[in-house]
Design a binder for this molecule. Structure first.
Ligand code: XMP
Length: 524
Protein backbone atom coordinates (compact mmCIF):
# COMPACT_ATOMS: atom_id res chain seq x y z
CA UNK A 1 0.00 0.00 0.00
CA UNK A 2 1.36 3.43 -0.84
CA UNK A 3 0.92 6.54 1.24
CA UNK A 4 1.71 9.49 -0.98
CA UNK A 5 0.79 12.63 0.88
CA UNK A 6 -2.64 14.04 0.06
CA UNK A 7 -2.12 16.69 2.67
CA UNK A 8 -0.53 20.04 1.99
CA UNK A 9 3.21 20.21 2.42
CA UNK A 10 3.50 21.71 5.91
CA UNK A 11 6.90 23.14 5.04
CA UNK A 12 4.87 25.94 3.47
CA UNK A 13 4.19 26.97 7.05
CA UNK A 14 6.38 28.10 9.86
CA UNK A 15 6.69 25.04 12.02
CA UNK A 16 7.05 24.36 15.67
CA UNK A 17 8.60 21.07 16.76
CA UNK A 18 7.34 19.28 19.86
CA UNK A 19 9.85 16.69 21.04
CA UNK A 20 7.88 14.06 22.91
CA UNK A 21 9.32 12.38 25.99
CA UNK A 22 6.20 10.34 26.61
CA UNK A 23 3.95 12.60 28.66
CA UNK A 24 0.27 11.63 28.72
CA UNK A 25 -0.62 15.19 27.74
CA UNK A 26 1.79 15.91 24.89
CA UNK A 27 -1.08 15.98 22.39
CA UNK A 28 -2.65 18.79 24.36
CA UNK A 29 0.44 20.95 23.73
CA UNK A 30 -0.11 20.50 20.00
CA UNK A 31 -3.80 21.26 20.29
CA UNK A 32 -3.16 24.46 22.25
CA UNK A 33 -0.70 25.60 19.56
CA UNK A 34 -3.01 24.72 16.68
CA UNK A 35 -5.74 26.75 18.43
CA UNK A 36 -3.29 29.65 18.22
CA UNK A 37 -2.98 29.07 14.44
CA UNK A 38 0.56 27.73 14.73
CA UNK A 39 1.47 24.63 12.76
CA UNK A 40 3.27 22.09 14.93
CA UNK A 41 4.20 18.44 14.85
CA UNK A 42 4.90 15.95 17.63
CA UNK A 43 7.88 13.65 17.15
CA UNK A 44 9.28 11.08 19.59
CA UNK A 45 12.67 11.95 21.06
CA UNK A 46 14.18 8.77 19.59
CA UNK A 47 13.64 10.14 16.10
CA UNK A 48 14.87 13.67 16.66
CA UNK A 49 18.58 13.94 15.84
CA UNK A 50 20.67 16.68 14.28
CA UNK A 51 19.74 15.67 10.72
CA UNK A 52 16.07 15.61 11.62
CA UNK A 53 16.34 19.10 13.11
CA UNK A 54 18.01 20.45 9.99
CA UNK A 55 15.34 18.98 7.75
CA UNK A 56 12.45 20.07 9.96
CA UNK A 57 13.81 23.61 10.38
CA UNK A 58 11.61 24.55 13.34
CA UNK A 59 10.95 28.16 14.19
CA UNK A 60 10.69 27.10 17.84
CA UNK A 61 10.97 23.89 19.85
CA UNK A 62 9.04 22.57 22.84
CA UNK A 63 10.42 19.74 24.97
CA UNK A 64 7.51 17.82 26.48
CA UNK A 65 7.07 16.23 29.86
CA UNK A 66 7.65 12.54 30.37
CA UNK A 67 7.80 9.74 32.92
CA UNK A 68 11.59 9.30 32.98
CA UNK A 69 13.95 10.71 35.61
CA UNK A 70 16.87 12.88 34.44
CA UNK A 71 19.35 11.56 37.07
CA UNK A 72 18.80 7.98 35.83
CA UNK A 73 21.42 6.59 33.50
CA UNK A 74 20.03 6.23 30.00
CA UNK A 75 17.15 8.65 30.53
CA UNK A 76 16.17 10.37 27.27
CA UNK A 77 17.79 13.53 25.93
CA UNK A 78 17.10 15.74 22.98
CA UNK A 79 20.10 16.24 20.67
CA UNK A 80 22.39 19.01 21.94
CA UNK A 81 21.89 20.76 18.59
CA UNK A 82 18.40 21.81 19.76
CA UNK A 83 20.13 24.49 21.80
CA UNK A 84 22.27 25.64 18.88
CA UNK A 85 19.49 26.33 16.37
CA UNK A 86 19.13 29.93 17.42
CA UNK A 87 15.38 29.50 17.96
CA UNK A 88 13.35 29.75 21.20
CA UNK A 89 13.06 26.55 23.23
CA UNK A 90 10.43 25.89 25.90
CA UNK A 91 10.94 22.98 28.29
CA UNK A 92 7.96 21.62 30.19
CA UNK A 93 8.29 19.45 33.31
CA UNK A 94 10.72 16.69 32.22
CA UNK A 95 11.58 18.98 29.30
CA UNK A 96 12.51 21.71 31.77
CA UNK A 97 14.67 19.36 33.80
CA UNK A 98 16.48 17.83 30.84
CA UNK A 99 17.14 21.30 29.49
CA UNK A 100 18.62 22.51 32.79
CA UNK A 101 20.73 19.37 33.05
CA UNK A 102 22.11 19.62 29.52
CA UNK A 103 22.89 23.32 29.82
CA UNK A 104 24.81 22.92 33.08
CA UNK A 105 22.20 22.99 35.84
CA UNK A 106 21.39 20.26 38.35
CA UNK A 107 18.34 18.04 38.73
CA UNK A 108 17.67 16.15 41.96
CA UNK A 109 15.33 13.38 42.82
CA UNK A 110 12.71 13.57 45.57
CA UNK A 111 13.73 15.36 48.77
CA UNK A 112 10.08 15.92 49.57
CA UNK A 113 9.49 18.35 46.72
CA UNK A 114 7.12 16.22 44.68
CA UNK A 115 3.95 18.02 43.60
CA UNK A 116 1.01 16.36 41.94
CA UNK A 117 -2.08 18.28 40.98
CA UNK A 118 -3.01 21.86 41.67
CA UNK A 119 -0.33 24.24 42.86
CA UNK A 120 0.19 27.99 42.91
CA UNK A 121 3.05 29.81 41.27
CA UNK A 122 4.18 33.16 42.62
CA UNK A 123 5.74 35.32 39.93
CA UNK A 124 8.90 36.82 41.31
CA UNK A 125 9.34 39.30 38.45
CA UNK A 126 7.93 40.05 35.04
CA UNK A 127 8.81 37.93 32.04
CA UNK A 128 7.30 38.26 28.55
CA UNK A 129 6.32 34.57 28.77
CA UNK A 130 3.94 35.32 31.63
CA UNK A 131 2.54 38.62 30.34
CA UNK A 132 -1.10 38.69 31.33
CA UNK A 133 -0.57 36.49 34.40
CA UNK A 134 -1.41 37.62 37.90
CA UNK A 135 1.29 37.53 40.55
CA UNK A 136 -0.19 34.27 41.83
CA UNK A 137 -1.59 31.79 39.34
CA UNK A 138 -2.98 28.29 39.60
CA UNK A 139 -0.96 25.70 37.68
CA UNK A 140 -0.99 21.93 37.37
CA UNK A 141 2.09 20.08 38.53
CA UNK A 142 3.12 16.47 38.17
CA UNK A 143 6.74 15.97 39.19
CA UNK A 144 8.87 13.99 41.58
CA UNK A 145 12.30 15.38 40.59
CA UNK A 146 13.14 19.05 40.66
CA UNK A 147 15.77 21.46 39.42
CA UNK A 148 18.21 22.15 42.28
CA UNK A 149 20.68 24.49 40.54
CA UNK A 150 20.14 26.64 37.48
CA UNK A 151 22.18 26.42 34.32
CA UNK A 152 24.39 29.46 33.62
CA UNK A 153 22.45 32.29 32.00
CA UNK A 154 19.11 31.29 33.56
CA UNK A 155 17.18 33.31 36.10
CA UNK A 156 14.15 32.53 38.23
CA UNK A 157 10.86 34.22 37.39
CA UNK A 158 8.41 32.18 39.43
CA UNK A 159 8.33 29.73 42.32
CA UNK A 160 5.92 27.28 43.90
CA UNK A 161 6.19 25.53 47.28
CA UNK A 162 7.68 22.39 45.72
CA UNK A 163 9.47 24.02 42.79
CA UNK A 164 11.84 26.88 43.62
CA UNK A 165 12.46 27.05 39.89
CA UNK A 166 8.88 26.84 38.62
CA UNK A 167 9.49 29.43 35.89
CA UNK A 168 13.02 30.05 34.64
CA UNK A 169 14.44 31.63 31.54
CA UNK A 170 17.57 32.65 29.75
CA UNK A 171 15.98 35.54 27.90
CA UNK A 172 19.11 36.35 25.88
CA UNK A 173 19.04 32.92 24.24
CA UNK A 174 15.23 32.61 24.21
CA UNK A 175 15.22 29.53 26.46
CA UNK A 176 12.26 29.11 28.77
CA UNK A 177 11.63 26.30 31.21
CA UNK A 178 8.60 25.66 33.41
CA UNK A 179 8.01 22.90 35.93
CA UNK A 180 4.21 22.83 35.52
CA UNK A 181 2.02 21.82 32.58
CA UNK A 182 0.59 24.89 30.82
CA UNK A 183 -1.27 22.71 28.29
CA UNK A 184 -3.81 21.24 30.72
CA UNK A 185 -6.92 23.05 31.58
CA UNK A 186 -6.11 23.08 35.30
CA UNK A 187 -3.54 25.73 34.39
CA UNK A 188 -6.13 28.37 33.49
CA UNK A 189 -3.62 30.88 32.05
CA UNK A 190 -1.68 28.20 30.16
CA UNK A 191 -2.99 29.36 26.82
CA UNK A 192 -1.67 32.86 27.52
CA UNK A 193 1.76 31.38 28.21
CA UNK A 194 1.79 29.53 24.88
CA UNK A 195 0.55 32.63 23.12
CA UNK A 196 3.41 34.63 24.63
CA UNK A 197 5.88 31.93 23.60
CA UNK A 198 4.79 31.89 19.95
CA UNK A 199 4.81 35.69 19.97
CA UNK A 200 8.39 35.65 21.27
CA UNK A 201 9.29 33.19 18.50
CA UNK A 202 7.76 35.54 15.90
CA UNK A 203 5.21 33.16 14.39
CA UNK A 204 2.96 34.72 11.77
CA UNK A 205 0.14 32.45 13.04
CA UNK A 206 -1.07 31.64 9.54
CA UNK A 207 -2.28 28.06 10.15
CA UNK A 208 -5.99 28.53 9.51
CA UNK A 209 -8.51 26.13 8.06
CA UNK A 210 -9.19 28.63 5.26
CA UNK A 211 -5.58 28.41 4.19
CA UNK A 212 -5.49 24.67 4.77
CA UNK A 213 -8.50 24.16 2.52
CA UNK A 214 -6.82 25.84 -0.46
CA UNK A 215 -3.59 23.91 -0.01
CA UNK A 216 -5.32 20.59 0.63
CA UNK A 217 -7.28 20.96 -2.59
CA UNK A 218 -4.07 21.50 -4.55
CA UNK A 219 -2.46 18.50 -2.85
CA UNK A 220 -5.43 16.23 -3.60
CA UNK A 221 -5.43 17.29 -7.26
CA UNK A 222 -1.71 16.62 -7.50
CA UNK A 223 -2.08 13.17 -5.96
CA UNK A 224 -5.19 12.00 -7.77
CA UNK A 225 -4.71 13.48 -11.23
CA UNK A 226 -7.66 12.42 -13.35
CA UNK A 227 -8.22 9.07 -11.59
CA UNK A 228 -11.36 8.09 -9.74
CA UNK A 229 -11.71 8.14 -5.97
CA UNK A 230 -14.15 6.21 -3.82
CA UNK A 231 -15.11 7.05 -0.28
CA UNK A 232 -17.06 5.14 2.36
CA UNK A 233 -19.37 7.81 3.71
CA UNK A 234 -20.60 6.96 7.19
CA UNK A 235 -22.39 10.18 7.98
CA UNK A 236 -19.80 10.87 10.70
CA UNK A 237 -17.86 14.12 10.78
CA UNK A 238 -14.51 12.75 9.55
CA UNK A 239 -15.69 10.92 6.45
CA UNK A 240 -18.11 13.75 5.64
CA UNK A 241 -15.46 16.45 5.78
CA UNK A 242 -13.01 14.28 3.82
CA UNK A 243 -15.66 13.69 1.14
CA UNK A 244 -16.64 17.36 0.93
CA UNK A 245 -12.99 18.40 0.59
CA UNK A 246 -12.14 15.80 -2.04
CA UNK A 247 -15.28 16.70 -3.96
CA UNK A 248 -14.23 20.32 -3.98
CA UNK A 249 -10.84 19.23 -5.36
CA UNK A 250 -11.84 16.69 -8.02
CA UNK A 251 -15.65 16.97 -8.38
CA UNK A 252 -17.29 13.98 -9.97
CA UNK A 253 -14.12 11.92 -9.95
CA UNK A 254 -15.31 11.14 -6.40
CA UNK A 255 -18.06 8.61 -5.72
CA UNK A 256 -19.24 8.03 -2.17
CA UNK A 257 -20.70 4.77 -0.99
CA UNK A 258 -23.09 5.00 1.94
CA UNK A 259 -23.65 1.52 3.33
CA UNK A 260 -27.07 1.51 4.99
CA UNK A 261 -27.05 -1.51 7.29
CA UNK A 262 -30.50 -0.83 8.71
CA UNK A 263 -28.95 -0.05 12.08
CA UNK A 264 -29.07 3.72 11.70
CA UNK A 265 -31.02 6.20 13.78
CA UNK A 266 -34.39 7.62 12.83
CA UNK A 267 -34.27 9.20 9.33
CA UNK A 268 -30.47 9.14 9.38
CA UNK A 269 -29.98 7.38 6.04
CA UNK A 270 -32.36 9.72 4.26
CA UNK A 271 -30.82 12.81 5.81
CA UNK A 272 -27.21 11.91 5.02
CA UNK A 273 -27.99 11.03 1.42
CA UNK A 274 -30.18 14.12 0.94
CA UNK A 275 -27.49 16.40 2.28
CA UNK A 276 -24.64 15.03 0.20
CA UNK A 277 -26.52 14.16 -2.96
CA UNK A 278 -29.12 16.90 -3.18
CA UNK A 279 -27.51 19.84 -1.42
CA UNK A 280 -23.84 19.26 -2.07
CA UNK A 281 -24.12 17.51 -5.43
CA UNK A 282 -21.86 14.61 -4.56
CA UNK A 283 -22.31 11.31 -6.32
CA UNK A 284 -23.60 9.04 -3.58
CA UNK A 285 -24.51 5.40 -3.88
CA UNK A 286 -27.03 4.55 -1.17
CA UNK A 287 -26.53 0.82 -0.68
CA UNK A 288 -29.66 -0.32 1.13
CA UNK A 289 -28.67 -3.62 2.63
CA UNK A 290 -30.90 -3.79 5.68
CA UNK A 291 -32.25 -7.25 4.81
CA UNK A 292 -28.80 -8.71 4.35
CA UNK A 293 -27.44 -7.33 7.63
CA UNK A 294 -30.51 -8.08 9.74
CA UNK A 295 -30.81 -11.50 8.11
CA UNK A 296 -27.30 -12.48 9.17
CA UNK A 297 -27.77 -10.95 12.61
CA UNK A 298 -30.91 -12.94 13.29
CA UNK A 299 -30.64 -14.91 16.53
CA UNK A 300 -27.18 -13.50 17.32
CA UNK A 301 -26.80 -12.00 20.77
CA UNK A 302 -23.06 -12.06 21.46
CA UNK A 303 -21.69 -8.50 21.09
CA UNK A 304 -18.40 -9.44 19.44
CA UNK A 305 -20.10 -11.76 16.99
CA UNK A 306 -22.47 -8.94 16.07
CA UNK A 307 -19.54 -6.61 15.44
CA UNK A 308 -17.73 -9.22 13.33
CA UNK A 309 -20.77 -9.91 11.17
CA UNK A 310 -21.40 -6.22 10.60
CA UNK A 311 -17.73 -5.52 9.83
CA UNK A 312 -17.50 -8.39 7.35
CA UNK A 313 -20.73 -7.52 5.56
CA UNK A 314 -19.75 -3.88 5.43
CA UNK A 315 -16.58 -4.75 3.58
CA UNK A 316 -18.43 -7.12 1.24
CA UNK A 317 -21.04 -4.50 0.37
CA UNK A 318 -18.50 -1.74 -0.04
CA UNK A 319 -16.35 -3.91 -2.28
CA UNK A 320 -19.27 -4.93 -4.46
CA UNK A 321 -20.22 -1.30 -4.95
CA UNK A 322 -16.65 -0.19 -5.54
CA UNK A 323 -16.10 -2.94 -8.13
CA UNK A 324 -18.85 -1.35 -10.21
CA UNK A 325 -17.02 1.96 -10.31
CA UNK A 326 -14.74 1.43 -13.22
CA UNK A 327 -11.19 2.68 -12.95
CA UNK A 328 -11.27 3.61 -9.26
CA UNK A 329 -7.67 3.97 -8.09
CA UNK A 330 -7.98 5.79 -4.79
CA UNK A 331 -9.78 5.20 -1.52
CA UNK A 332 -10.51 8.25 0.62
CA UNK A 333 -10.21 7.86 4.35
CA UNK A 334 -10.85 10.28 7.21
CA UNK A 335 -7.68 9.42 9.16
CA UNK A 336 -6.85 12.14 11.70
CA UNK A 337 -3.56 13.35 13.19
CA UNK A 338 -4.04 11.57 16.56
CA UNK A 339 -4.31 8.30 14.59
CA UNK A 340 -0.85 8.73 13.09
CA UNK A 341 1.19 10.45 15.81
CA UNK A 342 4.07 8.18 16.65
CA UNK A 343 4.00 7.45 20.34
CA UNK A 344 7.03 7.22 22.56
CA UNK A 345 7.90 3.73 23.65
CA UNK A 346 10.61 3.17 26.21
CA UNK A 347 10.97 -0.51 25.46
CA UNK A 348 11.97 -0.22 21.84
CA UNK A 349 12.08 2.33 19.08
CA UNK A 350 9.22 4.65 18.26
CA UNK A 351 6.04 2.74 17.66
CA UNK A 352 3.46 3.82 15.14
CA UNK A 353 -0.15 3.34 16.03
CA UNK A 354 -2.33 3.66 13.00
CA UNK A 355 -5.96 3.01 13.66
CA UNK A 356 -7.48 1.62 10.52
CA UNK A 357 -11.03 2.68 9.89
CA UNK A 358 -13.07 -0.05 11.51
CA UNK A 359 -15.18 -0.34 8.40
CA UNK A 360 -12.68 -0.43 5.57
CA UNK A 361 -9.60 -1.87 7.27
CA UNK A 362 -7.67 -4.10 4.90
CA UNK A 363 -9.60 -2.97 1.84
CA UNK A 364 -6.95 -0.84 0.13
CA UNK A 365 -4.51 -3.76 -0.13
CA UNK A 366 -7.20 -6.19 -1.21
CA UNK A 367 -8.50 -3.93 -3.93
CA UNK A 368 -5.19 -2.43 -5.03
CA UNK A 369 -6.27 1.06 -4.03
CA UNK A 370 -4.10 3.93 -2.88
CA UNK A 371 -5.22 5.92 0.14
CA UNK A 372 -6.15 9.58 0.01
CA UNK A 373 -6.11 10.93 3.56
CA UNK A 374 -6.57 14.68 3.46
CA UNK A 375 -7.17 15.03 7.21
CA UNK A 376 -3.99 13.31 8.39
CA UNK A 377 -2.58 16.60 9.67
CA UNK A 378 -5.63 17.65 11.65
CA UNK A 379 -7.07 17.31 15.12
CA UNK A 380 -10.81 16.74 15.48
CA UNK A 381 -11.45 20.40 16.37
CA UNK A 382 -9.68 21.41 13.17
CA UNK A 383 -11.72 18.92 11.13
CA UNK A 384 -14.88 20.55 12.48
CA UNK A 385 -13.54 24.01 11.61
CA UNK A 386 -12.65 22.79 8.12
CA UNK A 387 -16.15 21.33 7.77
CA UNK A 388 -17.63 24.73 8.59
CA UNK A 389 -15.31 26.30 5.99
CA UNK A 390 -16.63 23.85 3.44
CA UNK A 391 -20.20 24.80 4.23
CA UNK A 392 -21.35 21.71 6.10
CA UNK A 393 -24.23 22.71 8.40
CA UNK A 394 -23.38 23.44 12.05
CA UNK A 395 -25.80 20.85 13.45
CA UNK A 396 -24.10 18.23 11.31
CA UNK A 397 -20.56 19.20 12.31
CA UNK A 398 -21.49 19.14 15.99
CA UNK A 399 -23.16 15.72 15.98
CA UNK A 400 -22.35 13.26 18.73
CA UNK A 401 -20.18 10.30 17.67
CA UNK A 402 -22.08 7.26 16.45
CA UNK A 403 -20.49 3.80 16.42
CA UNK A 404 -19.93 1.90 13.17
CA UNK A 405 -22.09 -1.07 14.25
CA UNK A 406 -24.86 1.43 14.95
CA UNK A 407 -27.94 0.46 16.92
CA UNK A 408 -26.82 -3.19 17.01
CA UNK A 409 -24.72 -2.43 20.09
CA UNK A 410 -27.54 -0.43 21.71
CA UNK A 411 -29.86 -3.41 21.50
CA UNK A 412 -28.32 -5.91 23.90
CA UNK A 413 -29.29 -9.48 23.13
CA UNK A 414 -31.07 -10.46 19.95
CA UNK A 415 -31.80 -7.79 17.38
CA UNK A 416 -35.27 -7.69 15.84
CA UNK A 417 -36.85 -5.18 13.48
CA UNK A 418 -39.52 -4.50 16.08
CA UNK A 419 -36.95 -3.61 18.72
CA UNK A 420 -34.95 -1.47 16.28
CA UNK A 421 -38.06 0.51 15.35
CA UNK A 422 -38.93 1.13 18.99
CA UNK A 423 -35.33 2.09 19.75
CA UNK A 424 -35.23 4.59 16.87
CA UNK A 425 -38.34 6.33 18.19
CA UNK A 426 -37.16 6.30 21.80
CA UNK A 427 -33.75 7.66 20.84
CA UNK A 428 -35.31 10.43 18.75
CA UNK A 429 -37.50 11.61 21.65
CA UNK A 430 -34.54 11.56 24.05
CA UNK A 431 -32.32 13.56 21.69
CA UNK A 432 -35.17 15.98 21.01
CA UNK A 433 -35.48 16.55 24.75
CA UNK A 434 -31.77 17.27 25.02
CA UNK A 435 -31.91 19.72 22.14
CA UNK A 436 -35.02 21.45 23.49
CA UNK A 437 -33.27 21.99 26.80
CA UNK A 438 -30.15 23.33 25.05
CA UNK A 439 -27.95 20.56 26.44
CA UNK A 440 -26.83 18.84 23.23
CA UNK A 441 -23.48 20.60 22.89
CA UNK A 442 -22.57 20.06 26.55
CA UNK A 443 -22.80 16.29 26.09
CA UNK A 444 -20.23 14.07 24.36
CA UNK A 445 -22.68 11.34 23.51
CA UNK A 446 -26.32 10.65 24.37
CA UNK A 447 -28.52 7.80 23.26
CA UNK A 448 -31.18 5.32 24.22
CA UNK A 449 -30.68 1.57 24.45
CA UNK A 450 -33.47 -1.00 24.40
CA UNK A 451 -33.03 -3.65 27.05
CA UNK A 452 -33.67 -7.35 26.49
CA UNK A 453 -36.37 -7.42 29.12
CA UNK A 454 -40.11 -6.85 29.14
CA UNK A 455 -41.67 -5.32 32.20
CA UNK A 456 -45.20 -4.99 33.49
CA UNK A 457 -46.81 -1.59 33.53
CA UNK A 458 -50.17 0.02 33.80
CA UNK A 459 -51.49 2.58 31.35
CA UNK A 460 -55.02 3.86 31.64
CA UNK A 461 -57.03 0.92 32.90
CA UNK A 462 -54.94 -1.66 31.15
CA UNK A 463 -51.93 -3.72 32.02
CA UNK A 464 -48.97 -3.43 29.67
CA UNK A 465 -46.09 -5.82 29.11
CA UNK A 466 -43.52 -3.91 27.08
CA UNK A 467 -39.79 -3.37 26.68
CA UNK A 468 -37.65 -1.48 29.17
CA UNK A 469 -35.37 1.18 27.84
CA UNK A 470 -32.24 2.90 29.19
CA UNK A 471 -31.04 6.40 28.51
CA UNK A 472 -27.37 7.30 28.66
CA UNK A 473 -25.55 10.61 28.39
CA UNK A 474 -21.87 11.18 29.09
CA UNK A 475 -19.27 13.89 28.98
CA UNK A 476 -15.82 12.97 27.70
CA UNK A 477 -12.80 14.40 25.95
CA UNK A 478 -11.91 11.51 23.69
CA UNK A 479 -14.23 8.64 24.59
CA UNK A 480 -11.49 6.87 26.56
CA UNK A 481 -12.97 7.90 29.89
CA UNK A 482 -16.40 9.35 30.52
CA UNK A 483 -18.52 10.89 33.25
CA UNK A 484 -22.27 10.64 33.55
CA UNK A 485 -23.97 13.86 32.48
CA UNK A 486 -25.73 15.30 35.55
CA UNK A 487 -29.30 15.80 34.29
CA UNK A 488 -31.69 17.45 36.70
CA UNK A 489 -34.38 15.31 38.26
CA UNK A 490 -37.05 17.38 36.50
CA UNK A 491 -35.42 16.79 33.14
CA UNK A 492 -35.31 13.05 33.74
CA UNK A 493 -38.95 12.89 34.81
CA UNK A 494 -40.10 14.92 31.83
CA UNK A 495 -38.03 12.77 29.48
CA UNK A 496 -39.37 9.53 30.90
CA UNK A 497 -42.97 10.76 30.60
CA UNK A 498 -42.46 11.88 27.03
CA UNK A 499 -40.74 8.68 25.98
CA UNK A 500 -43.44 6.43 27.40
CA UNK A 501 -46.26 8.57 26.07
CA UNK A 502 -44.79 9.08 22.61
CA UNK A 503 -43.21 5.71 21.90
CA UNK A 504 -45.28 2.59 21.56
CA UNK A 505 -43.59 -0.53 22.85
CA UNK A 506 -41.76 0.71 25.96
CA UNK A 507 -43.29 1.11 29.40
CA UNK A 508 -40.23 1.78 31.55
CA UNK A 509 -37.28 4.15 31.32
CA UNK A 510 -34.11 3.70 33.36
CA UNK A 511 -31.18 6.10 33.60
CA UNK A 512 -27.68 4.68 33.28
CA UNK A 513 -25.46 6.32 35.93
CA UNK A 514 -22.23 4.41 35.29
CA UNK A 515 -19.05 6.28 34.47
CA UNK A 516 -16.30 4.86 32.25
CA UNK A 517 -14.43 3.09 33.69
CA UNK A 518 -15.89 0.82 35.03
CA UNK A 519 -18.65 0.91 32.39
CA UNK A 520 -18.16 1.48 28.69
CA UNK A 521 -20.09 4.21 26.90
CA UNK A 522 -22.03 1.77 24.73
CA UNK A 523 -24.00 -1.06 26.29
CA UNK A 524 -22.19 -3.69 24.25
P1 XMP B 1 -17.06 2.37 24.48
O1 XMP B 1 -18.41 1.74 24.43
O2 XMP B 1 -15.96 1.42 24.15
O3 XMP B 1 -17.07 3.46 23.35
O4 XMP B 1 -16.83 3.09 25.77
C1 XMP B 1 -16.10 4.48 23.17
C2 XMP B 1 -16.45 5.25 21.92
O5 XMP B 1 -16.31 4.41 20.78
C3 XMP B 1 -17.54 4.21 20.11
N1 XMP B 1 -17.61 2.80 19.74
C4 XMP B 1 -17.42 2.33 18.50
N2 XMP B 1 -17.17 2.97 17.34
N3 XMP B 1 -17.12 0.90 16.20
C5 XMP B 1 -17.05 2.25 16.20
O6 XMP B 1 -16.88 2.84 15.13
C6 XMP B 1 -17.36 0.18 17.31
O7 XMP B 1 -17.44 -1.04 17.28
C7 XMP B 1 -17.52 0.95 18.53
N4 XMP B 1 -17.76 0.61 19.82
C8 XMP B 1 -17.81 1.75 20.53
C9 XMP B 1 -18.61 4.63 21.10
O8 XMP B 1 -19.80 5.08 20.45
C10 XMP B 1 -17.91 5.72 21.88
O9 XMP B 1 -17.94 6.97 21.19
Amino acid sequence: MQHPPATPDPSDHERLLIVDFGSQVTQLIARRLRELSVYCEIHPFQKVDAAFLRAFAPKAVILSGGPASVPDAGSPRPPAEVFGLGVPVLGICYGQQVMQHMLGGEVRRGEGTAEFGRAYVERSRPLPLTDGWDDREQVWMSHGDHVAALAPGFEVFGTSPGAPYAITADTDRGFYAVQFHPEVHHTPKGRTLYENFVKAAGFARDWTMGAYREQAIEAIRAQVGDAKVICALSGGVDSSVAAALIHEAVGDQLTCVFVDHGLLRKDEGKEVVAMFRDHMNLQVIHAREEDRFLGELEGVSDPETKRKIIGRLFIDVFQEQADRIEGAKFLAQGTLYPDVIESVSFSGGPSVTIKSHHNVGGLPEKMGLTLVEPLRELFKDEVRALGRELGLPAHFIGRHPFPGPGLAIRCPGEITREKLDILREADAVFIDQIRRHGLYDDIWQAFAAILPVRTVGVMGDGRTYDWACAIRAVTSVDGMTADVYPFSHEFLLETSTRMINEVRGINRVTYDITSKPPGTIEWE
